[in-house]
Design a protein around this ligand. Structure first.
Ligand SMILES: [Zn+2]
Length: 234
């Protein structure tokens, strides 16, 4: 076989490997990126819940202060009962005590509800925090694995690139230029084998004359269908 044809076959092999490795490297981080995005959504949810919890706690403090004021007022009113002189004053005081008591029971009810809401939020934030902590550890582990895979494939890629360079340096300038031109136009595939008298690039049946030339391998033969360089698959 003509040495240039042999080199063309090797060059194509390397370019195919380089293409595949680049695809692999590109796809490796895909899953973990999605995972990180999902994690971020949950993290935002947790922050939102914590904010909500702070709001509830603030409400509790405000209502507890108000309750204290109402209690103090009620104590004052009750003391006043002994100082009241007229019926009118008594009615007015009674009414104030009644309003105070209503406010007190409403505040107590509100505070109870807020405590319940706070408990629920506490449970939710706690379980989500635990979940996120666990997930983060898993993501870190996966990330290490991903980095290891990328490194491994990058080593393979660099080796293939170096080998490709060596091969291309042995080639005639015109042959290399032809190869690159076809490869650029034909989806990274410039050199294809012939199997069952068929071009493995475009699957067109080749005439006997071409088959003989390909088998002879004394010069470059191209497919009439897809213009790719052909070689006999022996
Ligand atoms: Zn073809």
């Amino acid at each position: 076989m003509n040495e240039q044809i042999q080199l063309l076959i090797s060059l194509q092999e390397k370019d195919t490997i380089i293409f595949e490795l680049n695809e692999i490297i590109k796809k490796i981080p895909g899953r973990i990126e999605q995972w990180k995005q999902d994690y971020k959504v949950k993290e935002d949810q947790l922050a939102q819940m914590q904010k909500e919890k702070e709001g509830v706690e603030k409400d509790i403090r405000t209502k507890e202060r108000n309750l204290q004021i109402v209690e103090e007022d009620l104590t004052k009113f009750r003391k006043k009962i002994y100082e009241v002189k007229t019926q009118k004053e008594m009615i007015s005081l009674d009414s104030e005590i009644k309003i105070g008591e209503e406010r007190r029971s409403k505040l107590e009810e509100d505070i109870l509800k807020l405590f319940e809401a706070n408990d629920e939020l506490n449970n939710k934030t706690n379980s989500l925090s635990i979940e996120l902590k666990k997930e983060l550890a898993e993501i870190k582990k996966e990330e290490e694995e991903v980095n290891r895979k990328i490194e491994l494939n990058t080593d393979k890629l660099n080796l293939a690139i170096a080998q490709r360079k060596e091969i291309s340096e042995k080639m005639d300038k015109e042959t290399l230029a032809l190869y690159e031109k076809i490869r650029a136009a034909k989806n990274n595939l410039a050199v294809v084998s012939v199997k069952d008298n068929t071009c493995q690039g475009c699957f067109v049946k080749l005439p006997p004359q071409i088959i003989n030339e390909v088998k002879g391998a004394s010069h470059i033969v191209r497919c009439e269908g897809c213009v790719r360089i052909l070689y006999a698959n022996v």
